[in-house]
Design a protein around this ligand. Structure first.
Ligand SMILES: NC(=O)c1ccc[n+]([C@@H]2O[C@H](COP(=O)([O-])OP(=O)(O)OC[C@H]3O[C@@H](n4cnc5c(N)ncnc54)[C@H](OP(=O)(O)O)[C@@H]3O)[C@@H](O)[C@H]2O)c1
Length: 256
């Protein structure tokens, strides 16, 4: 009997944790896929491939050539293009795709959220008067702040923003988290931050900044998620393992 071949589209902590959970099960042969945007840690639990597939068609060809039985989209909730491609490719090849998505953050008492739908709208929402802004949106779209040079920006990302931001008042912090509420509150205080711009990524790894803003009464400009691609979706690794077991009951491994 052959092993069940699973392609994980990754780039998140949850994707890595799922790969770890599947690595020890010898029924599964798992390949972990990364876009290659950040430096890749060397200690991956399963084999890794890096780089785009060449759109939905490229991904479909990759699935066919690799004789995959299941694809798991465990990419970031704001990585919508790869998720659309995953939907299209799995339909074309006729294999199932599950999505692993952390739930959105929900506003709690004490939160001062202004909800927007794009980064551009978030920057406009800061208004004409100079403000001190914590821009915690990653590096890919940080340059959108260049239309509003009147503000001070504290920009945090895993890798440096390239090319450097063309802004008069900007301070870069390179860090990949996870963070805690005390250190986030100190950061807000040290830079006298009065607005936080963030995506509604969900999950615990980066939630401390939301808690720090709540504690200090700071406005959060919250960028909402785009509608998710239509796939069977679960929110935890445990639920994903159950869904996989359900699809491939332990007594069944595919024939070769
Ligand atoms: N967007 C965010 O805020 C964010 C935050 C944290 C982590 N990430 C991670 O960073 C990666 C890129 O995010 P993005 O927002 O640039 O994605 P995206 O806009 O949805 O995807 C752009 C292109 O990158 C390639 N790609 C994306 N994820 C891939 C993967 N896991 N394996 C192979 N190719 C992939 C695909 O290229 P082809 O069309 O050539 O296949 C895709 O069309 C994702 O893996 C995501 O999980 C994103």
């Amino acid at each position: 009997m052959g092993k069940i071949r699973i392609l994980i589209l990754g780039g998140t902590g949850e994707a890595r944790a799922l790969a770890e959970a599947l690595a020890d099960n010898d029924r599964y042969d798992v390949l972990y896929s990364l876009a290659g945007r950040t430096e890749i840690p060397s200690d991956q639990p399963v084999p890794v491939r890096i780089g785009g597939f060449g759109g939905a068609e490229g991904l479909a060809a990759f699935l066919r050539d690799g004789r995959f039985d299941l694809m798991i989209d465990a990419t970031h909730p704001f990585a919508s293009r790869i998720s659309r491609n995953a939907c299209e490719a799995s339909a074309a090849v006729g294999i199932p795709t599950f999505a692993l998505r952390r739930p959105e953050w929900l506003a709690e008492p004490g939160d001062r959220w202004t909800r927007v739908t794009t980064i551009t709208e978030a920057i406009e929402t800061l208004g004409p008067s100079p403000r001190r802004v914590f821009l915690a949106i990653g590096r890919q779209e940080a340059h959108r702040a260049e239309v509003a040079p009147q503000h001070f920006y504290l920009v945090r990302s895993i890798d440096p923003v390239e090319p450097p931001l063309d802004l008069p008042e900007v301070h870069m912090v390179l860090d990949r988290g996870p963070y805690d509420v005390e250190s986030e509150a100190s950061l807000f205080r040290a830079y006298r931050i009065d607005a936080l711009v963030t995506k509604n990524s969900g999950g615990s790894a980066t939630y401390a900044k939301i808690q720090a803003a709540r504690r200090l009464g700071i406005e959060v400009i919250m960028v909402a998620r785009a509608p998710a691609a239509a796939m069977q979706t679960v929110t935890t690794i445990e639920a994903m393992l159950v869904a996989i077991d359900h699809l491939f009951p332990p007594a069944m491994n595919r024939g070769v």
